[in-house]
Design a protein around this ligand. Structure first.
Ligand SMILES: [Zn+2]
Ligand SMILES: [Zn+2]
Length: 338
């Protein structure tokens, strides 16, 4: 998961409109009173500048915060954040966090509430995403419950062993020209004929695609807001190609198998005895016995069985009770519990 990086792009002033003389776009930090009629600022009426208002300011940023036309919010140079404004309990005028008495009416600010933060509304907020995720979580919870209910839920029970089955297999191999496929770097150095290769996707790698960025504006509640640029790295997957080769190599290849099978613990499992020898010289056409495999099965009635290791297979006689876990839904024996 790519991590998100954050970069502050500086502090800007919030705006407010004078409700008494209708002057618009006054500055939240530097204009605590209306320059036209002197009315105090109402912190509840602060708002974020539109992107156009803000862009104008960034492009033609004046050195300090003059407010002639009322539509500007210059970068607050050297802004020292002292904390959220507090509202005067007597006259509701917002005051800086360090003020002790109201600059408007002189009343002590003890007990004055913090200014409420304004929420910036992103232009293209994908609102449906928020509504969708509870449904996704719900579906996942139901699916997990269903899997548990039908496949995992189990309890202990005594089941009767109704039969023992065994099967033993010896592979029969012939020394031959074997047709094989592999990536070029895995082709053995000694082959019967030159490998034939074609390009094929072997893996994929993540390739950087720059960044996905957006800006967020956070009300600092002192008449300014901070603009933060948030970026997440963007990537796309690219195929990594390689050569896939077919080739012929001389070696022992399985051509058939000899099988012995039976039921019951007595006389018990025995190996088949095919005519091929255990070993043979590496000469084209020679045959030999290859790897051996054994399969032991315990039956629990006609429809249920478990493949087990030798010690477990011999632990229970036919007709014996085995204390095991069974699936609550199907009644099937959980073979791992044997
Ligand atoms: Zn005014
Ligand atoms: Zn006051």
């Amino acid at each position: 998961m790519p991590s998100e990086s954050e970069e502050s792009q500086g502090f800007y002033e919030m705006l407010w409109d004078c409700p008494h003389c209708d002057t618009k776009g006054l500055l939240g930090k530097s204009q605590r009173h209306c320059p036209e009629c002197g009315a105090p600022q109402d912190a509840d009426k602060r708002y974020f500048p539109t992107p156009e208002q803000q862009k104008l300011v960034i492009d033609t940023a004046p050195p300090s915060g003059g407010a002639d036309d009322g539509v500007q919010a210059p970068v607050v140079g050297g802004h020292v954040y002292e904390g959220a404004d507090r509202v005067c309990p007597a006259c509701q005028a917002p005051n800086g966090a360090k003020s002790k008495n109201c600059t408007q009416c002189g009343s002590p600010l003890d007990g004055g509430a913090e200014v409420a933060a304004k929420q910036d509304v992103p232009v293209a907020a994908p609102r449906h995403k928020r509504r969708l995720w509870p449904w996704i979580v719900g579906v996942i919870v139901v699916a997990i419950f269903a899997i548990w209910f039908f496949f995992i839920r189990k309890h202990s029970a005594d089941v009767t062993v109704t039969g023992h089955r065994w099967e033993r297999v010896i592979a029969i191999e012939r020394y031959d020209d074997l047709h094989k496929e592999a990536w070029r770097n895995e082709v053995p150095s000694v082959v019967s004929n030159a490998p034939i290769c074609y390009p094929k996707k072997r893996s994929s790698r993540s390739v950087s695609d720059g960044e996905d960025c957006h800006t967020e504006r956070k009300d600092k509640k002192d008449g300014t807001f901070e603009q933060v640029k948030k970026c997440t790295p963007k990537t796309h997957n690219e195929d990594v190609m390689d050569d896939w080769c077919t080739f012929t190599v001389r070696g022992w290849g399985k051509i058939s198998e000899a099988k012995a099978a039976g039921t019951g613990m007595v006389p018990g499992p025995s190996w088949p005895s095919p005519p091929e020898p255990d070993t043979a010289p590496e000469v084209l056409g020679n045959k030999r016995r290859g790897p051996r495999t054994e399969k032991l099965t315990l039956d629990f009635g006609p429809d249920d069985a478990c493949e087990v290791v030798d010690t477990v297979w011999r632990r229970f006689a036919d007709g014996a009770k085995a204390h095991v876990e069974v699936r609550s839904r199907s009644g099937g024996v959980v073979c791992d519990s044997l």
